[in-house]
Design a protein around this ligand. Structure first.
Ligand code: ZN
Length: 193
């Protein structure tokens, strides 16, 4: 048959294979990117085959067809192929899964960015301070319910975070509070006189 000859002629060279398949496109539905599965008459040279995924020997019907392999079958069985596809799909679409897999690279990149952009970040925050404060107070007004639920659910974490923050900035906070109390006291004194 014409297409079988074309495939045999082109041998293993995948670009030739694609060219010859372009000639016969139209005859079949061909999806690129993977082994086309819907070519019905791929010559299968084997009846059974050991799957390179699960290492079990399985009958040829347990493998998807793949004309670029000598056997006419994919290297992994249908079950493994499905698992692989699912893994691939998840690792490329699910952000949480992606982050988990690439945790270290992401961390390294973030650390580097944090160190190299210190000045820019500070300048940016300073320049937009007013905007951020306004946004924050607006957000707190419009999300009262959500914030309450969040606070309730994360009580301990929040308390720990505050404690750590205080320990780290103890001197600054104490000085600020002292100055605040002094200012208030002066204000009261001025009012009463
Ligand atoms: Zn398998």
């Amino acid at each position: 048959m014409y297409y079988q000859n074309t495939i045999q002629e082109s041998g293993n060279d995948i670009s030739n294979l694609k060219l010859s398949l372009n000639k016969i496109q139209g005859l079949f539905e061909i999806t690129w990117g993977r082994c086309p599965r819907n070519i019905k008459d791929v010559t299968m040279t084997v009846k059974t085959k050991i799957c390179s995924g699960c290492h079990k020997r399985k009958g040829s019907t347990q493998f998807y067809k793949c004309f670029s392999n000598k056997s006419g079958l994919q290297a992994v069985c249908k079950a493994c192929s499905k698992i692989n596809q699912k893994k691939y799909y998840q690792s490329h679409t699910d952000r949480a899964a992606y982050r988990k897999i690439h945790k270290e690279e992401i961390k390294a990149y973030q650390d580097l960015y944090y160190q190299t952009h210190r000045k820019q970040r500070k300048a940016y925050l300073k320049a937009n301070r007013k905007k951020f404060l306004e946004y924050g107070s607006q957000y707190r007004k419009t999300h009262k319910k959500e914030l309450k639920v969040y606070k309730e659910a994360n009580k301990e974490d929040i308390a720990n975070k505050q404690r750590r923050y205080y320990q780290k900035n103890k001197n600054k906070i104490d000085a600020y509070q002292k100055a605040y109390r002094k200012r208030k006291k002066n204000e009261r004194n001025n009012e009463s006189t």
